[in-house]
Design a binder for this molecule. Structure first.
Ligand SMILES: [Zn+2]
Length: 305
């Protein structure tokens, strides 16, 4: 007879039936003791977890590239590894994990009377594919000094926009896909342009035709519209609050301007192929400040409202 407990294997060799019965009884009795201890500790863990769950309401995937949205009392304070996370007037807060995040995070919520609940979050590791892209123009692959300077200026402008920490809390209301195209490129892939390895791809690419309408995935404020950035062409950034922003690349047109308020689903721009693009498509990115988030995971975040 074999009795397996937590990976250990107890073997009971049948010598004669009486001895086997006695041995079986001893094993069963020990097993019962161990199991009851195990059950008690499991029950304790479960009740602790249930308590924490009640007070730490989170939605989103604890994965590399994931965005988490939480809800607590507006007067509570939230920290992630000791750094303060802004809580909205409705009690919403958010944070995210980068493509190669290997850290563990301690999320701590403290009430006004000093009660603390905490949760350890370790983003699940992901593996990313390699995507080869051929036919990029030489002027883009080996830009002249003027273009290099332009690209630097573009990236500075984008970085500045993504630093905005507004009190908007549209990030907590869920996201919709900006167009209904076939997905042709995913987040995280290692990109090889004309055989030369470059930065990973951080957007979600949708196939589309030049002029196809692009909708705001969530409500917000237009932070930036530049029609002709060197790499990303027509580039728009929409602020959804607390550092969460959407960026659209390679656009052919914009129907809104910097500072405009947009509603979720509102047509804000048109698909194009401007900048480093081999054909018309929409590249949609999501950031939490400078942390590049996977838009495909953001689409799965369920609103807590
Ligand atoms: Zn792309």
């Amino acid at each position: 007879m074999k009795v397996s407990l937590k990976g250990q294997l107890f073997m009971v060799k049948p010598i004669n039936s009486t001895l086997t019965n006695t041995l079986t009884n001893i094993v069963i009795k020990n097993l019962a003791n161990t199991l009851s201890k195990t059950f008690i500790s499991l029950a304790l863990i479960a009740s602790f977890a249930a308590n924490s769950q009640e007070q730490i309401a989170l939605t989103g995937e604890i994965k590399q590239g994931g965005l988490l949205v939480g809800k607590t009392l507006a007067q509570n304070t939230v920290t992630l590894n000791g750094k303060a996370i802004t809580v909205s007037k409705a009690g919403d807060y958010t944070f995210g994990f980068s493509r190669d995040d290997k850290k563990s995070y301690q999320l701590v919520i403290t009430s006004v009377n000093g009660d603390r609940v905490e949760k350890t979050l370790t983003p699940e590791k992901r593996s990313y594919n390699i995507q080869r892209i051929e036919g990029i123009k030489k002027s883009i692959m080996q830009p002249n000094p003027k273009s290099v300077a332009r690209a630097k200026q573009d990236s500075k402008q984008v970085k500045t926009a993504r630093k905005v920490a507004s009190p908007l809390n549209y990030f907590a209301q869920g996201f919709i896909p900006p167009i209904e195209g076939i997905i042709t490129g995913v987040y995280g892939s290692q990109r090889v342009y004309n055989g030369v390895p470059k930065n990973p791809h951080f957007g979600l690419d949708y196939a589309g035709k030049t002029g196809d309408p692009v909708k705001a995935p969530a409500s917000g404020t237009v932070l930036l519209w530049v029609p002709d950035m060197f790499y990303s062409g027509g580039t728009m950034i929409i602020d959804h609050g607390h550092g969460v922003s959407s960026t659209f690349l390679h656009l052919s047109n914009s129907y809104v301007k910097q500072g405009d308020t947009v509603e979720q689903g509102q047509v804000v721009a048109a698909v194009g192929k401007s900048g480093r693009a081999t054909g018309p498509h929409l590249d949609w990115r999501i950031n939490w400040f400078n942390v590049k988030i996977d838009p495909a995971l953001v689409l799965k975040v369920k609103p807590l409202h």
